[in-house]
Design a protein around this ligand. Structure first.
Ligand SMILES: [Zn+2]
Ligand SMILES: [Zn+2]
Length: 918
């Protein structure tokens, strides 16, 4: 019995590897040639994530990963070699994954072919890691505990391969190495991974699979804990994070990644005799075809949510995924897709397989492919003979679990899509009602996906402004799910209508009607108040007849709103109901269109980051003030003709006649010149949702306390100017609200509260004639204060979060604000940095002093003396010398066992406490 296969299957796979899949077997063996007969390089260093590492110093491009070059890293764009500790630290991340995967390759070839040199290579890698494992430090991580990496899930990817290699070696006769790996690596690593559960995240699929593999290595069964719990996680993820159609909820990129992790979970569980529910298996099997159902005409997947941009499906991994899917059952989409991958006449490029970084793949260039290009999983699981690889190409489709509707025309070369639904969790973008439009290789309306997670440009890519999606009052949309209000399909027309509440009290309905040579896009909004409504259109086309002047294009001021990234803005006035013609050419295609706006509007043009972020692309933006309005655009990819608008009709001339679209609040009826009719019933108008507005940091309302666990806190105003709390007579202290923060308030990273030395703080909240006073005494043997002007080389958070300091969030009836307060060494005053997006309440005065066993900070918020209710959030950052990232946080309102990773200087408004001044 092996982790993935039974022993009988192994004999069967030997036969296939010596027959139909011999070319694959031989090419995998050829990849290993440079390692055979040599001592593998197993670095003692832990991988480091930084802003500079892995990106060209000269142009920002992603550097190549060459497993044989630890200290010189070539840029594929400019060809220059990049050197230095940031790049070397980055290189360790793909390298450790690459090396573990080579051990799997070697062990697989050993059990299938019996070449002893392969066994020696796998054994050398595994035993070196076993010797070194406990020397890799579990500290300073970005996202969860890890020894070799900076995030738990990466350790899971690596551990999974380490376990599979050790298991295959064991099956080949080397039980000793398997047992050493279990004792020195698998057991401690799985225990660490198990301490950090990531919920409904793609990463949890990997964590769960790694835990199963680690504990199955020496015989735990699927009834034993923690194997049973981890397989239960796999089952739960398939029921809750995957739709009926098999697609993962976090977007196309994470679908791929999560589905591969689920493959391990399902395969390991199946080999262990775990019985998954039928619906679980059905969803999993359906997931193989998902990326091909949404593919753009250029055979890339759309860069929805946090997807990498323009990633080609013509990579060996996608071919292998098709093969693994077909090994489990027939599927017409997979047959069509694999046929296209093996048949299409595209140039042959380096597939990247020999330097692939395990399961944390890096997208490679499109290339022609054959079965010899697949990976080790195909060698163990692919069908001996493939079925007939023909099948119908994907047609128009609505993927309800994603909230994504695609209209396909002209044999799939025209792609018009509305991204209306699923918000997408932590990897979602504020982009409800985004529109895609592509014709062949020409991507007219597109989603830029994401860039580096540690670069400030991430805020641009996640902003509404970077999408073809509406926004209100210069702010990115609130995160929410949209909903479908109508759809129809037919030979002459297809239609989809959906709506979303993109800001409190603002509902937008967007309708796309696609015809034979054009589509109509209608955006209609209604608000319960006067708003500034904006629709960005990211397309490089000219707008005719507008008189532009230079201007500034600014938003509400939040970093997440994206306006800080905008350059070269110009503006023109457009009269109500005056059509504006747009047209352009690219990639051998031509587009023309006409935009009609029901209200008088401002039309901006500007530039913003493209892909990569160091390049800029022009875009348009339409701004309208008021409580409601409509924008209709006709986009034509072929032919020409008149386009006329009135309040309730769009008439589109084609070579053969005029199509009329009659638009009423509740329906859309289209009639072609030939007499064909299409009708979509839509809910009447976009509608205004009247609901109590959610607590908004900038809203100026007093924010209620989060839960029943926290009563209203009461305090008494003192008439005199309050000094240091510690210096007050005991009877005066009774006027304050005080909190002793300790273990129940601790948000840990790697160290538990006890392991961190039991950090504590005392917070005292008072009010005097001048405002609100917050006095915090922090117990620490060794304060770490980040100096002013320090730069954070690791990620896009402010440097000051990684030392001791206080994050303070305050909402009063007169306004709200938030600040990071950090003691300045050599001064009595503490530095105050406003935290963006929290309002404009005047910043506090802050002073600090060293005291025995720690330090104290006194913060005075100059609030109106009549303020008798306010809400506060308070977080004390905990640091220790020698770390580069903070160790943890003490949170005023307590924690639910959560971790401090990735929280930056943010505070959830539901975690604030309410205070009443008596
Ligand atoms: Zn370069
Ligand atoms: Zn996006």
């Amino acid at each position: 019995m092996t982790l993935l296969l039974g022993l009988n299957s192994l004999a069967e796979r030997r036969r296939i590897a010596d027959g139909a899949l011999k070319p694959l077997r031989d090419s995998l063996a050829a990849d290993l040639t440079p390692l055979i007969g040599r001592e593998p390089y197993v670095p003692a260093g832990k991988a480091l994530l930084s802003r500079a590492g892995g990106r060209c110093d000269f142009d920002g491009s992603d550097l190549e990963f060459d497993p044989f070059s630890p200290h010189a890293h070539r840029c594929p764009a400019c060809g220059r070699l990049n050197t230095g500790r940031w790049h070397d630290g980055w290189w360790l991340y793909p390298y450790h994954l690459w090396l573990a995967e080579r051990a799997v390759h070697a062990a697989t070839l050993h059990v299938l072919v019996g070449d002893i040199r392969n066994a020696q290579l796998a054994r050398a890698i595994l035993r070196a890691y076993a010797r070194q494992y406990d020397g890799y430090p579990n500290r300073d991580n970005v996202l969860g505990p890890s020894r070799l990496f900076f995030s738990t899930y990466l350790e899971s990817l690596w551990l999974l391969h380490i376990c599979i290699a050790a298991d295959l070696l064991g099956a080949g006769g080397d039980a000793e190495t398997r047992d050493i790996v279990h004792e020195r690596i698998a057991r401690p690593s799985a225990e660490m991974i198990g301490s950090y559960h990531e919920g409904a995240s793609n990463r949890q699929a990997w964590n769960a699979a790694a835990i199963v593999a680690a504990h199955r290595l020496t015989g735990k069964t699927c009834d034993d804990e923690p194997v049973a719990a981890a397989l239960g996680d796999i089952e739960w993820l398939l029921a809750n994070a995957v739709g009926d159609d098999g697609s993962w909820f976090e977007g196309d990129n994470y679908h791929q990644f999560a589905h591969r992790g689920l493959w391990y979970g399902i395969t390991l569980g199946g080999a262990a005799g775990y019985v998954f529910q039928d619906s679980t298996i059905e969803r999993f099997n359906a997931g193989f075809a998902s990326p091909f159902r949404t593919a753009l005409p250029d055979f890339t997947y759309p860069a929805r949510k946090d997807s990498r941009y323009a990633v080609s499906l013509r990579q060996w991994r996608f071919a292998e995924s098709c093969e693994l899917g077909l090994a489990r059952g027939d599927d017409a989409t997979l047959r069509w897709a694999l046929g296209r991958l093996y048949r299409d006449d595209v140039p042959r490029e380096d597939t990247g397989r020999s330097h692939s970084s395990g399961e944390a793949e890096r997208p490679t260039a499109a290339t022609s492919l054959s079965r010899a290009d697949l990976g080790w999983k195909a060698l163990l699981f692919a069908r001996e003979a493939l079925p007939d690889l023909s099948g119908p190409e994907p047609a128009s489709i609505t993927i309800r679990s994603q909230g994504y509707t695609i209209h396909r025309r002209d044999a799939g070369t025209v792609y018009v899509a509305l991204d209306w639904g699923q918000g997408g969790g932590g990897h979602g973008h504020a982009d409800r009602l985004n529109v895609f439009f592509a014709h062949g290789r020409a991507r007219w309306l597109d989603d830029l996906g994401t860039g580096s997670y540690v670069d400030p440009s991430l805020h641009w890519y996640r902003s509404t402004l970077a999408h073809n999606a509406p926004l209100v009052d210069g702010r990115s949309q609130q995160y929410s799910d949209g909903w479908l209000t109508g759809s129809t399909s037919g030979a002459e027309f297809e239609g989809v209508a959906a709506r979303a509440e993109i800001a409190p009290g603002v509902v937008v309905m967007r309708t796309l009607v696609t015809a034979e040579s054009y589509f109509v896009d209608e955006v209609q909004w209604a608000a319960s108040r006067q708003i500034r409504f904006e629709l960005p259109i990211h397309v490089n086309v000219a707008a005719d007849g507008l008189a532009f002047r230079d201007t500034d294009l600014t938003g509400a001021g939040g970093l997440e709103d994206g306006f800080d990234f905008v350059r070269d803005a110009r503006v023109a006035k457009v009269g109500a109901g005056t059509p504006v013609r747009i047209s352009g050419d690219r990639d051998g295609q031509r587009v023309s269109g006409t935009v009609w706006i029901s209200e008088s509007a401002e039309w901006f043009t500007a530039t913003g980051p493209a892909q990569p972020a160091s390049t800029l692309l022009p875009f348009h933006l339409i701004r309208v003030h008021g409580t409601s309005g409509t924008i209709r655009t006709v986009w034509r990819w072929r032919g020409d003709g008149t386009i006329e608008f009135s309040d309730n009709e769009v008439a589109v001339g084609t070579e053969l006649g005029i199509d009329r679209h009659i638009v009423t609040p509740g329906s859309w009826v289209a009639r072609t010149h030939r007499g064909g009719v299409m009708r979509i019933e839509r809910e009447a108008g976009p509608g205004v949702v009247q609901r109590e507005s959610a607590p908004e940091p900038g809203g100026g309302a007093v924010i209620a306390g989060p839960s029943a666990t926290t009563a209203q806190c009461e305090l008494h105003r003192t008439t005199s100017h309050a000094g240091w709390f510690a210096n007050l007579p005991v009877d005066e202290r009774a006027s304050w609200a005080t909190f002793d923060l300790g273990e129940p308030h601790y948000r840990r990273t790697e160290d538990s509260w006890r392991e961190a030395g039991e950090p504590r703080a005392r917070a005292a909240i008072g009010a005097d004639a001048y405002g609100i006073v917050v006095d915090v005494a922090v117990e620490t043997p060794a304060p770490v204060f980040v100096p002013a002007g320090a730069v954070n080389p690791y990620d896009n958070e402010s440097a000051d979060i990684n030392g001791h300091g206080v994050q303070l969030y305050c909402a009063t009836a007169g306004g709200s604000g938030a600040w990071m307060v950090v003691p300045e060494a050599g001064s009595q005053s503490a530095r105050v940095r406003p935290i963006s997006g929290w309002g404009s309440l005047a910043p506090p005065f802050a002073e600090w002093r060293l005291v025995s066993g720690g330090f104290e900070i006194s913060i005075r918020i100059p609030a109106d003396a009549r303020t008798d209710r306010f809400a506060l959030g308070l977080i004390v950052n905990d640091a220790s010398p020698g770390r580069v990232r903070r160790r943890g946080q003490l949170v005023l309102n307590g924690t639910d066992g959560e971790f401090a990773y990735l929280r930056g200087d943010r505070c959830d408004t539901t975690r604030m406490l309410s205070f009443t001044v008596a």
